[in-house]
Design a protein around this ligand. Structure first.
Ligand code: UDX
Length: 437
């Protein structure tokens, strides 16, 4: 099949590379020249394991990038995915400007595509957006009609950063949301995913557009709330001197609870959970329903970094003193610092007048954080970061942090606040676990 993909961020690029790997011909469209150049040279514009290898293999043979939507016509796109960002507005609702603009630009060439092309929304959008914003934008500039001249579908992604390629290749489920067009859009999606459906027993949810949109939010809201719930329970555990990880291991044995997403600590960050939970809360309120439990999940998440700072305050006054922050990326194996729990930690330390020294095993994560906090000193290894520090806050569960031991002896005051349970308590350090002793 010939597949177009508009937007070359984490999602668009992963989908493009993986669909080429399925054996499809793929053309990506992005407004950013340097992204397009990188893709055509087989280089990933984002840091994601295995992505570079796939792009290197297919760029120039079955995968091409362009800045020009017109190129989709000669290419003969049969299905076009919209994988454009939906950033958050001030009130948490999503900003659909990019998706709408992309749909309008695609609409300009839609009439020149052969047959019954199908446009698939991959972006995370609140219920009704595909039908009420994307569809009308495509119709406006194309002069065509949804479900008569072209198909409209919604196919959410469930890719985790750091394992996006593997997640795409081995999905837990596929969700195909379509409008009523005699299954033509659905058939197009089935053809796109045929290589995986033929090879694996993947559950496929065939549903409507709004349902598909909501499934994505429900998925992320559920997981984020699960982490907030174990964090709430973890905070209770700490009050009683009980180890939340022992409790989590036990409750995770119940199939109904499952062992996954039970790591309590500094909370959730990244490009999805914070944005998506706030967006579905804002969208629900717009409809007249106040989702109190999801709001509480956000509140608990906001509180966790503050609890780390409170624990530090119980042991040391850091005004004018060196304080080390270990881990800047929102989770291990990425350079992404969006909504990282390190952000409120650094802000809290700045409020306290500390001299902040930070280290992340991924130098690109430090570069990204430097843009936001230029006054923090970023070092290239843990030892000099810890040297002379009055406290260290461990924010990200990078595996290499669990090897740290004698490095803590370099500190002036060995106050170790562990937000991810990566360090062992031992003699000679003042150790505080966030949800354990
Ligand atoms: C998430 C979803 O998992 C994915 O399906 C969706 O498409 C995008 O959002 P991602 O943001 O890449 O993926 O990261 P994920 O591994 O899910 O972790 C999210 C956050 O939760 C991280 O900050 C992580 O540290 C935190 N987390 C996760 C915990 O604090 N405890 C856990 O037990 C699990």
């Amino acid at each position: 099949m010939n597949i177009g993909i508009v937007g070359s961020g984490y999602v668009g690029t992963t989908v493009a590379a993986c669909l080429a790997d399925f054996g499809h011909e793929v053309m990506t469209v992005d407004v950013d020249e340097s992204t397009v150049t990188a893709l055509n040279e087989g280089e990933a514009p984002v840091s994601e394991p295995d992505l570079g290898g796939l792009l290197d293999r297919y760029a120039g043979s079955t995968l091409w990038a362009t800045t020009d939507y017109d190129d989709l016509v000669d290419f003969g796109a049969e299905v076009v995915f919209l994988a454009l960002p939906t950033p958050a507005n001030e009130d948490g609702s999503i900003d659909t400007t990019y998706v709408e603009a992309g749909a309008e630009a695609l609409g300009e060439v839609l009439g020149d595509l052969d047959g019954y092309p199908t446009v698939v929304v991959k972006s995370t959008v609140t219920p009704g957006t595909t039908e009420d914003v994307v569809g009308p934008a495509l119709e406006r500039t194309s002069g065509l009609r949804v479900a008569e001249d072209f198909g409209l579908a919604m196919n959410p992604e469930f890719l985790r950063e750091g394992s996006a390629v593997a997640d795409f290749q081995n999905p837990d489920k596929l969700v195909f949301g379509t409008s009523d067009d005699g299954d033509r859009a659905l058939d197009a999606l089935e053809a796109v995913y045929a290589p995986i459906l033929d090879a694996q027993d993947v559950p496929v949810v065939r549903t409507g557009l709004r349902e598909a949109e909501l499934i994505k939010y429900a998925n992320n809201a559920f997981l984020a709330a699960k982490v907030s719930l174990i964090n709430d329970i973890g905070n209770i555990c700490k009050e009683f001197g009980v180890d939340a990880y022992e409790v989590a291991d036990a409750i995770g044995l119940d199939d109904r609870i499952s062992e996954q997403f039970l790591r309590s600590g500094a909370g959730w960050g990244g490009s999805c959970f914070p944005k998506d939970v706030s967006a579905i809360v804002a969208a629900a309120r717009e409809q007249g329903y106040d989702p109190e439990l999801l709001q509480a999940a956000i509140d608990v998440n906001d509180r966790q970094p503050q609890r780390m700072l409170d624990l530090m305050d119980q042991h040391v006054d850091v005004e004018g003193e060196r304080v080390a922050v270990l881990g800047l990326a929102f989770k291990p194996h990425t350079d992404d610092v969006r909504n990282s729990r390190a952000i409120p930690i650094v802000e809290g330390l700045q409020e306290r007048g500390a001299d902040i020294i930070a280290y992340d095993p991924n130098p690109a994560a430090a570069d990204n954080m430097r843009e936001r906090f230029p006054d923090v000193e970023y070092l290239a290894s843990p030892s000099p970061t810890l040297s002379g520090a009055h406290a260290v806050l461990i924010v990200t569960d990078w595996p290499e942090f669990s090897d740290l031991d004698r490095e803590f002896d370099l500190m002036s005051e060995r106050v170790v606040i562990d937000g991810r349970r990566v360090v062992d308590r031992r003699e000679g350090i003042t150790y505080e676990g966030l949800t354990w002793e």
